[in-house]
Design a protein around this ligand. Sequence first.
Ligand code: HEM
Length: 489
Amino acid sequence: LKEDAVLAVVPYGEPPLIKGWIPYIGKALEFGKDAHKFLEEYKKKHGDIFTVLIAGKYMTFIMNPLMYPNIIKRGKQLDFHEFSNQVAPRTFGYPPVFSSKFPGMPDQIKRSFHLLQGDNLTPLSKSMMGNLLLVFKQDHLDKRQMEDSGEGGWRTDSMCEFCSKVMFEATFLTLYGKPASKRRHSSMETLREDFIEFDKKFPLLIARIPIWLLGRTKAIREKLINYFLPQRVSCWSNTSQFITRRVELFEQYNSLRDMDKAGTHHFAILWASVGNTIPATFWAMYHLVSHPEALEAVRQEIHSLLKLWGMDDFSDRDINLSREQLDQLLYLESAVNESLRHSSSSMNIRVAQEDFSLPLEAEQSVAVRKGDIITLYPRSMHMDPEIYDQPEMYRYDRFVQDGRQKTDFYKDGQRLKYYCMPFGSGATMCPGRYFAINEIKQFLFLLLLHFDLQLVEGQPKVTLDTSRAGLGILLPAKDVRFRYRLRAA
Ligand code: HEM
């Protein structure tokens, strides 16, 4: 079939429509293989706006980032929750919260998000640092243990697995708290393994493949949900305000079963809080370890600032940074943002709530009908050579200029309002974004301060697994081995 044959005739004012030749599925398979490549090809052919049939949905892609503000500011006409309210309950196994059965719940959920931000970030970050230290100290910072590992104190591990273990547990302890009489949960490793099994099937669930077709996934999901049943959670202490508030909120709704509370409230939030943070931490670490000059520059920044703050004696390895101090680690933050730019593939999906004409450029507008899906794919912007010089290259200092955070990036000579969007956009932008950036910075801070780090030689460059495109931070196609040993304090 020639490409033209699959382009449907569209009325004036509507974007070109690309349907593919498979009914319903449309272009889903090609899109799923490598969304970025797919969209770039169609952009070359059809320009900045086109509609694609993907798994039964007509999705209109807006490819020009200068047009993003026009979409993002129309939060009422172009809504995110209509989509998420269909997808999330099916994926995590709970009843939709936007329903007359649960009056007022969506608003209250939204209000609970402020407990991840602003002044509330201070106790969260403090607790996260304490938990990272706990995990690092007990598992990795013990001098005798490290020396026993032979090879001059060097230990070898798989990097993504290492990031996953540390971040999963430390984030879990920070948000959900610790068991009554111990500092760590004994079943954390089983929980993490089950989570990873579930996460592997996550893209299929999002693509509306029924869970009963996915082998053990349903049983694993039930096991994960059971971990959070109210009688269990109520025994944990040091729980974050965010989770405590949501427990109280769900208690107000008698029509929610215990399983629903566990599923809605905890399991979905667990996924939101570690599903992207773990691969994001991996990429931040991988890029630094595979670029020794970047690693040294960031380490240098850490040491200079510690000296400035009179904190350069860290022989007990118990150093803790305040939120304000973390904010001053400019190069570290730039390194994190650069790896997010590289690895993020989140799609911003909005559903039109009415028929309207969407103005996009000076003279151009596009006809939108109620129910249409408008999609932004910021990865195309992150990889645009006009905005980011040599976008494939990792530059740890890309987001620093003249000793400050760099915020001016340009397209067609115009300054972009949005230039780095791993966390979505507008009113539904990820509420955990500040916490996420902070925890990745805290992880890297401890890592660079306490360890020498090297990649094991002879391994190929790690590439992105593009099969999860559209769903957040991409995983590595393959894990990579690295070595670490304690640095002299
Ligand atoms: C939503 C990305 C970490 C909690 C989202 C969205 C994205 C995203 C793209 C959808 C926003 C939209 O479409 O407008 C990320 C990335 C993270 C991260 C890349 C880590 C690097 C976290 C953390 C938490 C969290 C640590 C919680 C502690 C949430 C919640 C939502 C969300 C609750 C749903 C918001 C809503 O329904 O309005 N995140 N996130 N995220 N994220 Fe994150």
